[in-house]
Design a protein around this ligand. Structure first.
Ligand SMILES: C[S@@+](CC[C@H](N)C(=O)[O-])C[C@H]1O[C@@H](n2cnc3c(N)ncnc32)[C@H](O)[C@@H]1O
Length: 164
């Protein structure tokens, strides 16, 4: 790690043309074994992880130019033999800070080094293998943009008087 994406104070507001990011998927792979405090792959709690991702999203929103795009690749996981929708939780945090969802591109993801281990476990414990990831593409709206046409692709209240 060479920096902390939760603090991009060295970058000006509205200065970046395109952002492509690939965060840890909670603590599925731990990148620093707890040795780097800023490494968010040490976080095993979904809400706590998402709180940190929201800080990243807020900074990305600040530095991105208006009407430009921010893409994030993120996958899901399992706990207690049940599906954990990490990707949708992360997506919501990006909407919370003001992005609008432009695309949800599915990346087929299988035949990885860990697939064999998961396949055995899935057969034994009766669950489906997760074989995709999401490439969410968000857009930062223009200042004062009329968002009524995209109201179902965002989370921020547009105008309290506008019926949703
Ligand atoms: C899924 S990997 C992405 C790897 C990337 N695609 C690559 O090829 O280098 C997630 C990366 O996020 C880094 N990371 C963890 N916490 C971070 C933070 N607070 N700020 C920036 N990067 C962080 C990890 O060290 C890891 O390298």
């Amino acid at each position: 790690m060479v920096g902390d994406a939760r603090d991009l104070s060295f970058l000006k507001d509205d200065s970046i043309d395109l952002i492509i990011t690939h965060p840890p998927y909670m603590n599925i792979i731990r990148y620093s074994d707890g040795k780097i405090p800023a490494d968010i792959s040490n976080i095993s709690s979904l809400p706590k992880f998402c709180d940190e991702i929201e800080k990243v999203a807020k900074e990305l929103f600040r530095v991105l130019k208006q009407d430009k795009y921010c893409a994030i690749l993120i996958g899901d996981t399992r706990k207690g033999r049940h599906f954990v929708p990490l990707a949708f939780n992360v997506m919501q945090r990006f909407l919370t800070v003001g992005f609008v969802l432009k695309e949800d591109i599915i990346k087929v993801q299988h035949n990885c080094t860990t697939t064999g281990r998961w396949r055995t476990k899935a057969l034994q414990e009766k669950f489906y293998l997760i074989m995709h990831e999401h490439l969410f593409v968000f857009r930062k709206p223009k200042e004062g943009e009329d968002l009524s046409r995209v109201k179902f692709s965002l989370m921020r209240p547009m105008n309290p008087e506008t019926p949703q």
